[in-house]
Ligand binder design. Structure first.
Ligand code: ADP
Ligand code: ZN
Length: 716
């Protein structure tokens, strides 16, 4: 498979001009029929990693996905892009199932989405043997691991795939997997020497804010009302809370609905549909909502309560800003939630694991250093810079040199062979003589008692900061022992200095943070008015096709159209998200809307940057004579001719022979061939003693440049 062919499918089928960082390498690996595991944050662009190969591989790609709503959405998206896809799950009746199976047998599908339950049935496996399967893609692969936060029993049977179809490659994908879960996915799916791709989990477009939960209902209402009718999700811990918050928003005339697992499935799917289609602005939900949501223009996610763990939290906030545009996330944090969640964790099947995970969540909420660093370090990405897009970076606390203190702790961890937890470490540092320490000989190590002057709670604070900075890690699967990270090693070896937040400034900071976080609207579009016009057009098209608006084009695509103002096919096809099928379906309507807008503004004498020639071209395409274009636009005829000459040089389809006869053209070109293009047009004008108008000379020069100098690819 040549890179050109791959690139071509990227534009043709998906409308993208470029791969995002690792996508290209992943696609390449899949096309070479190697197993791989892909870890990428929500919105990172995982689907493309199997959808693109699926369009190029000879047979069908089977995609295992846990949620019905997600399948439907993805399939609709693929069909919009002209890729043959369908799904099989329990939402179909027997006839429908039979129909899909028939198209599968006829080799008419490139992708088939199935639920894990369906995949492992004998009947379906028999069906698979009759067709040409090119690839298995396992989406949300972390569901296979009980270490993950979203274990699903049905997923454990997926290990069978490898034994039944040993020669068919598998690509497993997930947005959330810590190190243990990662290992577990590979083992359980029995991947053969998989290539593992870990992209950065950073979502720089998400603003991170944590607020104390005082008066949170009013804060939520204020925020939503200030958000310019943008879509958002509010997560609550209980069903009752979702109803209460949604009702409060409705009171304020916000189109809000609640969503939780206690509602019947019909109402639930209707609520979800309304949100996806933009009929409902805000969903107030328990975490039962969202895994199947692929909506790309969710502009904010608010947590009314503290989430149970960072994986879940990160996935939930990840539903905002999938289109890459700036989006807000706000977490309300109260001690009461912590207590409640602790009880849930204790009563769960894995109390230790769940409590430890809750701890990390709480540490995030309590953070004194850049929140993004904490999140990323949780996923094994240790970085040094702060993000400048979280509340802590925006409103930084007081700091001090912490290198010495950190080295004491790191050195003790090292000398204790990374074999103890926090509690023991502090005791050793403080020189406790309790029996376990003496028995193990911990009192013999060099750093024993080296941190006597620091109280145990203060040590807790420093260790928390070290953990959050990514100097140390907690090994959940090894008795919660502390481990030193590579960054920690640097500090231990004296190669790196670090800073701690002073403990005195913490109180002060919390107070300030409340004041500082006044919500702002997230969008910054190039031209709000045009964006609104395009959004309305999209809404109308979506309604008449009965698909969600973002499947027509997503917000990022509309944003690009708004700033680039493409008014012809060539320019429109350059926009990210405009593939060939989409162009054929909707391109002309959007071009017309943009052209109308630009023309209207032009008539009002308002400058729209970089569009004046484009507007001339729009009139030209309508066969309007030059003098009339000049009148319409209140410009000189010479200016319009200059536009046409420029457009022609840029490769636009301008028929020069309408303005200059062949023989005149020949004469002028002949002169240029001899003496070159003069610096001043007047020179050329004088050479011909004023026999040729300036506009003819301009067009002839353009013709000369195109045909004799550079050679330009023609398009219309
Ligand atoms: P994930 O499944 O990882 O959460 P998606 O596959 O849904 O993410 O992609 C997220 C968004 O990014 C979608 O709106 C998609 O259209 C867009 N996207 C993916 N790959 C590219 C790319 N190469 N160029 C531009 N946009 C992309
Ligand atoms: Zn930050």
């Amino acid at each position: 498979m040549t890179p050109e062919k791959i690139k071509k499918s990227l534009k043709h089928n998906f409308g993208f001009n470029e791969f995002r960082d690792v996508q290209e390498e992943i696609v390449d690996t899949v096309l070479k029929e190697k197993d791989c595991l892909v870890l990428m944050p929500t919105g990172g662009g995982k689907s493309l990693c199997y959808q693109l190969p699926a369009t190029l591989l000879p047979g069908v790609t089977i995609v295992v996905s846990p949620l019905i709503a997600l399948m439907k959405d993805q399939v609709e998206g693929l069909i919009e892009n002209g890729v043959a896809a369908n799904f099989l799950n329990s939402s179909l009746d027997t006839t429908e199932t039979h129909e899909v199976e028939q198209t599968l047998l006829n080799g008419e599908l490139k992708l088939l989405y199935v639920s894990p339950e369906k995949l492992v049935t004998q009947a379906f496996q028999n069906l698979l043997r009759k067709i040409d399967v090119s690839l298995f893609a396992i989406d949300e692969a972390h569901c296979i691991s009980s270490w993950g936060h979203d274990f699903r029993k049905e997923y454990t049977k997926l290990g069978q795939i490898k034994s039944r179809f040993p020669n068919i490659p598998i690509i497993a994908l997930t947005a959330t997997a810590d190190k243990i879960t990662r290992k577990d996915i590979v083992t359980q799916l029995r991947l053969k020497n998989p290539k593992i791709f870990i992209s950065s989990f950073d979502r720089p477009n998400l603003r991170l804010t944590v607020l104390p939960a005082r008066k949170r209902l009013q804060a939520i209402i204020d925020f939503v009302k200030g958000s310019n009718k943008e879509s958002g999700i509010v997560y609550c811990l209980s069903r009752k809370q979702t109803e209460k918050v949604a009702a409060a928003l409705q009171q304020e005339n916000v189109r809000a609905s609640h969503y939780h697992a206690g509602m019947d499935s019909h109402t639930r799917s209707k609520t979800q549909e309304d949100f996806i289609h933009g009929r409902t602005q805000i969903i107030v939900a328990t975490i039962a909502f969202g895994m199947g949501i692929d909506k790309s223009n969710v502009r904010f996610v608010i947590h009314h309560n503290l989430p149970k763990n960072i994986e879940g939290y990160y996935q939930e906030i990840g539903r905002a800003g999938r289109d890459g545009l700036p989006s807000e996330t706000i977490l309300f944090y109260t001690m009461a939630d912590v207590i409640l969640l602790k009880r849930f964790a204790t009563e769960s099947g894995q109390p230790n694991l769940q409590l430890a995970k809750l701890d990390r969540m709480q540490q995030y909420a309590d953070a004194l250093i850049c929140r993004r660093r904490i999140l990323l370090s949780y996923f094994g990405e240790h970085r040094e810079e702060k993000c400048n897009n979280c509340d802590v970076c925006k409103n930084p606390p007081e700091i001090m040199d912490g290198t010495d203190i950190a080295q004491k702790a790191l050195s003790a961890i090292y000398r204790l062979n990374e074999n103890v937890g926090t509690h023991m470490l502090i005791d050793v540092l403080r020189g406790s003589s309790r029996q376990e320490i003496l028995m193990n000989g911990y009192d013999k190590i060099k750093t024993y008692g080296a941190g006597k002057d620091i109280s145990p709670p203060d040590w807790q604070h420093y260790l928390l900061q070290m953990l959050n900075m990514g100097l140390i890690d907690i090994a959940y699967d090894q008795n919660y022992n502390l481990k030193i990270t590579p960054l920690g090693k640097e500090v231990l070896l004296g190669n790196k200095k670090i800073e701690f937040v002073t403990l005195e400034s913490i109180e002060q900071r919390t107070k300030e943070r409340v004041e500082a976080s006044k919500p702002k609207s997230a969008r910054q579009t190039a031209d709000e008015e045009l964006f609104e016009i395009l959004r309305e057009l999209r809404k109308g098209i979506a309604r008449s096709h009965d698909i969600p608006p973002y499947l027509v084009f997503n917000d990022a695509t509309l944003d690009e159209m708004t700033s680039q103002k493409p008014m012809n096919e060539h320019a429109m096809k350059k926009i990210t998200g405009v593939g060939d099928k989409k162009y054929n379906s909707y391109g002309k309507q959007f071009i017309a809307a943009i052209a109308d807008f630009a023309q209207a503004r032009d008539k009002q004498g308002k400058q729209t940057q970089g569009t004046t020639q484009q507007i001339t071209y729009v009139y030209y395409q309508k066969n309007m004579p030059v003098p009339q274009i000049a009148r319409e636009r209140d410009l000189k005829e010479q200016t319009i001719y200059a536009h046409l000459a420029d457009l022609y040089e840029q490769g636009y389809d301008i028929n020069i022979s309408n303005f200059i006869s062949k023989s005149d053209l020949k004469k002028i070109i002949g002169e240029i061939k001899i003496n070159g293009i003069p610096n001043k047009l007047k020179t050329l004008y004088n050479t011909f003693q004023g026999n040729f108008d300036y506009h003819k000379l301009k067009l002839a020069i353009a013709h000369y440049r195109v045909n004799f100098e550079k050679g330009v690819v023609r398009y219309d």
